[in-house]
Design a binder for this molecule. Structure first.
Ligand SMILES: [Zn+2]
Length: 133
């Protein structure tokens, strides 16, 4: 029986994860993982990556199914038309922003101005809120 080296163990981790090893090989590999921190770390990383990939696959499938239910076949052309309209509107907004930027860049700096009206207008006595009744 060949010795279970780290290289041999790590080469078989994916097969262990996929349950493709014989029972005997699986038991030997698990025994090595129980004793070898380095291989155990590889195993944990592999298992975590696999778990994440499976979660994405499930989630992606659910999202796509939700999208398919959201868009009935007849709605598709309407949706595309709406997107084209939104794209055109966005181009208009961009053109407007560009024009405003040009205008702003061409405008000379204005001197700071005092407000022409006093901030707190003095009311005549009959309108004053402070009058004594
Ligand atoms: Zn090892």
């Amino acid at each position: 029986m060949s010795e279970m080296t780290c290289a041999r163990a790590q080469a078989r981790l994916t097969a262990l994860l996929d349950a493709e090893l014989t029972e005997r090989m699986s038991a030997r590999l698990r025994a090595h993982l129980a004793e070898c921190a380095d291989c155990k770390r590889h195993w944990n990383e592999l298992a975590a990556a696999r778990e994440m990939a499976q979660a994405w696959t499930v989630e992606g499938g659910e999202v796509w199914e939700a999208v398919r239910q959201e868009i009935a076949p007849g709605d598709f052309s309407a949706l595309m038309a709406e997107m084209a309209a939104l794209r055109a509107a966005l181009q208009d907004v961009r053109a407007e922003v560009a024009a405003l930027r040009r205008e702003l860049a061409a405008r000379p700096a204005e001197p700071a101005r005092r407000p022409s009206a006093p901030l707190f207008p003095v009311l005549p006595p009959e309108q004053s809120l402070l009058r004594i009744v």
